[in-house]
Design a protein around this ligand. Structure first.
Ligand code: ADP
Ligand code: ZN
Length: 440
């Protein structure tokens, strides 16, 4: 970790460091306005509130949130494309779409003001990761309907940095530009960042020859072990950034250089954690499903949107001075949770075992199958060149070691398949880490 960066820069101190009582008041006021807007303009929300017997006047403070109905991804599909818009189409200036990691794509609409809000959220995130107008920022998230590329681009432009809109792919060219232009910050998925790191090495470039100092990595879950790996590979501070198309895009929450969880932009969204089964709100500190309510968007405001992402909230003070609550790293999305013979397994748990090990690359794949009605999990682990040319005894020891460590972390037996260097496909966007043959 590069301690030289430990000066905390804050984009909007007035909002980001607001006293929590004042923040609650601001949230309540914005919630009242948003609920009224939704009730009057979105038939689905009106019908759901009517079914629960709740009127906009019943919602006075944040505490009344629990009276309101939930929304989820299926609503966006059912109401596709414009059914959840609260503003007339003439006021919508942008459409973005989910990358379609799970199921059919969905779209979100933004008014001019919504784009501005989203831009500020990312500007806050980049600033929190040490960015400023002196920086040269390489955006290697994909540009297009996916919110990653344009989101990072807008935020980086907003803070006045020099932006390099590379999009994803063309990896060697990315590295050349990074070196020649003296790029100081990188924005992309953590899996693509590891690929870039490897490519830098392969091209014979040492991290010291680059000017990189930090990066905002998100759009997919990644472990603390992956952070350590990335920081070492690239010689940077690696900060997490979280978001989803339905709520805005990247920047809904972001890490400061303390790297102790992501501050949620609470002046724009209200965050809750619920028990995914009972749907009851859970107190800070307990793990559950993240739920967001937008309170400033007018194009497609979202009411208690269930993300299917699992994490915990932390309301303890942060050394950076921001008062907004932090969400821990996402342990996984319920869509990605594997149930192996009744045991819940998240890819991030397996990742935490693999990425810390010598002789193993940070790329892996989980293959699930059902053999004679029993679930089997095979973990494909990619060896480094050095390990690959090691003795059979060494390699077997590594295999046993991995099997045992995974057993102690997730509690199940797995088959460890050691595969040659470079045999696992590299990701340029969100990594695909699961092949579930049970559904094929
Ligand atoms: P999708 O991946 O569903 O097609 P999006 O591109 O909108 O749609 O991505 C949103 C999802 O990506 C989130 O709900 C979450 O599962 C995942 N995600 C985004 N940022 C992070 C992050 N920093 N850590 C973990 N997961 C993330
Ligand atoms: Zn902080």
């Amino acid at each position: 970790m590069r301690s030289a960066l430990k000066e905390h820069k804050i984009y909007d101190p007035q909002m980001e460091c607001m006293n929590r009582d004042e923040l609650r008041e601001l949230q309540s006021k914005r919630l009242r306005e948003t609920v009224k807007l939704e009730y009057e303009n979105v038939p689905l929300y009106r019908a759901r509130m009517d079914a629960k017997g709740v009127k906009p006047e019943d919602i006075r403070t944040v505490e009344d949130l629990r009276l309101l109905p939930f929304s989820e991804k299926t609503d966006l599909r059912d109401e596709f494309p414009f059914g959840l818009f609260a503003a007339p189409k003439s006021q919508i200036v942008r459409i973005q779409g989910s990358s379609g990691t799970t199921g059919k794509p969905i779209v979100a609409g933004y008014t001019q003001n919504d784009v501005e809000i989203w831009t500020e959220m990312v500007a806050r995130a980049i600033t929190a990761a040490g960015g400023g107008k002196e920086d040269i920022i390489q955006v290697a998230y994909g540009y297009g309907l996916f919110t990653g590329g344009l989101g990072a681009h807008q935020g980086a432009t907003k803070i006045g940095a020099m932006v390099l809109p590379m999009s994803s792919g063309n990896t060697q060219r990315q590295v050349l530009m990074m070196k020649e232009l003296g790029v100081t910050m990188l924005c992309c998925t953590p899996s693509y960042a590891t690929f870039l790191g490897e490519t830098i090495r392969e091209m014979g470039i040492k991290p010291e020859e680059l000017k990189l100092k930090s990066g905002c990595f998100g759009a997919e879950p990644w472990s603390e072990e992956m952070r350590a790996k990335l920081e070492e590979l690239l010689g940077i501070d690696a900060c997490d950034i979280y978001g989803l198309t339905e709520i805005a895009g990247p920047g809904v929450a972001f890490e400061c250089l303390e790297k102790k969880g992501m501050h949620v932009n609470e002046d724009h969204v209200i965050v809750e954690i619920i028990d995914p089964v009972t749907e009851e709100p859970l107190p800070y500190g307990e793990a559950g499903e993240l739920v967001f309510t937008t309170i400033t968007k007018t194009g497609m405001p979202m009411l208690r949107y269930r993300t299917h992402d699992i994490c915990r909230l932390d309301a303890s003070e942060c050394k950076c001075g921001r008062t907004h609550v932090r969400m821990e790293k996402i342990s996984g999305r319920t869509d990605d949770m594997l149930v192996i013979s009744g045991v819940n397994v998240f890819p991030s748990q397996i990742e935490s075992v693999l990425v810390g090990l010598d002789g193993v690359s940070p790329h892996y794949m989980l293959v699930v199958d059902r053999v004679k009605s029993l679930d089997k999990l095979e973990v494909q682990v990619e060896l480094t060149e050095e390990m690959f040319s090691d003795t059979v005894a060494e390699v077997e020891k590594l295999r046993d070691d991995i099997k045992e460590k995974i057993k102690s972390v997730v509690g199940i037996n797995t088959k460890i398949q050691l595969v040659p260097p470079k045999s696992i496909p590299r990701s340029e966007g969100k990594a695909k880490r699961i092949i579930d043959k049970r559904n094929i």
